[in-house]
Design a binder for this molecule. Structure first.
Ligand SMILES: *Cc1c(COP(=O)(O)O)cnc(C)c1O
Length: 376
């Protein structure tokens, strides 16, 4: 927890649950990534945290933006970000949304299928397009799986088709999976992409850009390598497969940019046991899966949790949210332990919650308001 956040919590004593995001940490993350990957252009993945404070600050720092919908495009435009600094990276777009974006100066579109390509050709004639390659996402704690991308063979044909449809076959993209802990995945992905660059070159299409997506980590329960180690892996893969003829590089960090900047403060509502012999306590917090912690689905993202009793003896717990839905359990199998003297009313801090929380929070389930957030 940063000094700024702990002072804010101590002085303001906000109602819980609430997220407090330290903008300085985001600024620092942006600068660090620029420092270690100076040849790449950063397109912040807006979906990770679309707070106007975050988007405005990153825009002022020179970032470009990866967006998924007209709503996110409008947010960027409202901040004075020109369409040319926006990439419509969602491979699943309504045709009218493509037209809407194109009218507003957005000129870079992702696709991974023939139908999507035809939509773009019709509604954004002459636009720059990039095809997303399918990745296995092994080693990712939040895999994006088979939902996105197509196989290399198909990508090749689609890029040729893009040219024939009058579009600018600009480049290729991939996403190795979010919170990717296996650095070798970038080597596999870049290798696959570079081969396709060569093949298309032989077919008369000179691609200009490789979009390496996201996947850089935030710090959850397990240790992760530092961002310079990730940057090294990326650059090593690039020079290994492209030699000294590097294409333009785009990266789209979301989680690694904002995750560690946020602390979610919560309160213990109830501590109980299910039977007299049960050695596991059930600890119910005032925030759960429907209050913003959706990435605890299948216990995928394992947040670090702090209490004011840390250092005291601990025992096993099931951690759950406050709603009347039995799916609202955060951790049952992941082996979480909490202090034995934890009591109802105690504050609990959930760390690295700056990414993928506020927007996942339900609007009014069980009459609970959406997660309140402060950007300081
Ligand atoms: C979500 C997303 C990202 C961000 O991924 P992180 O792992 O959070 O950095 C980047 N690019 C695209 C296309 C995405 O959908």
């Amino acid at each position: 927890m940063t000094e700024k956040i702990s002072r804010f919590l101590a002085e303001r004593v906000p109602e819980t649950p609430c997220l407090v995001v330290d903008l300085d940490v985001i600024a620092e993350n942006y600068e660090t990534l620029r420092h270690y990957l100076p040849v790449a252009t950063i397109y912040y993945a807006v979906k990770a945290n679309p707070a106007p404070e975050v988007v405005r600050m990153l825009a002022d720092m020179g970032s470009s933006f990866d967006v998924a919908s007209p709503g996110e495009i409008q947010l960027c435009l409202d901040m004075g970000i020109p369409g040319e600094r926006v990439s419509f990276g969602n491979t699943i777009k309504k045709q009218r949304d493509i037209a809407w974006a194109f009218e507003r100066g957005v000129d870079l579109f992702a696709f991974d299928s023939e139908q999507e390509l035809r939509k773009i050709a019709q509604s954004a004639p002459g636009a720059r397009v990039f095809c997303r390659i399918l990745m296995e996402c092994e080693g990712a704690e939040w895999p994006l799986s088979r939902k996105f991308g197509c196989e290399v063979e198909m990508a090749r044909d689609l890029m040729l088709m893009a040219r024939d449809l009058g579009l600018d076959p600009y480049g290729l993209s991939f996403h190795v999976g979010s919170q990717q802990t296996n650095l070798a995945q970038w080597d596999i992905a870049v290798g696959r992409t570079a081969m396709l660059f060569t093949e298309l070159n032989e077919a008369g299409i000179e691609l200009k850009m490789i979009n390496l997506g996201g996947g850089f980590p935030a710090r959850y329960r397990s240790e992760v390598a530092s961002i310079d180690t990730y940057a090294d892996a990326v650059m090593h893969a690039m020079t290994k497969h492209f030699g000294n003829r590097l294409p333009l590089m785009i990266i789209e960090p979301g989680r690694s940019m904002v995750g560690d900047a946020g602390i979610l403060q919560s309160e213990v509502v109830l501590i109980s046991r299910k039977g007299y012999d049960d050695d596991k306590r059930w600890v119910y917090l005032d925030v759960g899966k429907f209050g913003g912690l959706a990435e605890t689905m299948d216990e995928a993202i394992k947040y670090r949790i702090r209490t004011s009793h840390d250092g005291a003896a601990v025992g096993p717990v099931v951690l759950a949210g406050p709603t009347c839905d039995s799916a609202d359990i955060l951790y049952e199998k992941a082996g979480y332990e909490m202090p034995l003297d934890l009591a109802v009313g105690d504050k609990v801090e959930i760390l690295s919650t700056g990414a993928y929380t506020t927007t996942y929070s339900a609007v009014n389930f069980n009459g609970l308001p959406p997660l309140k957030a402060y950007y300081i």
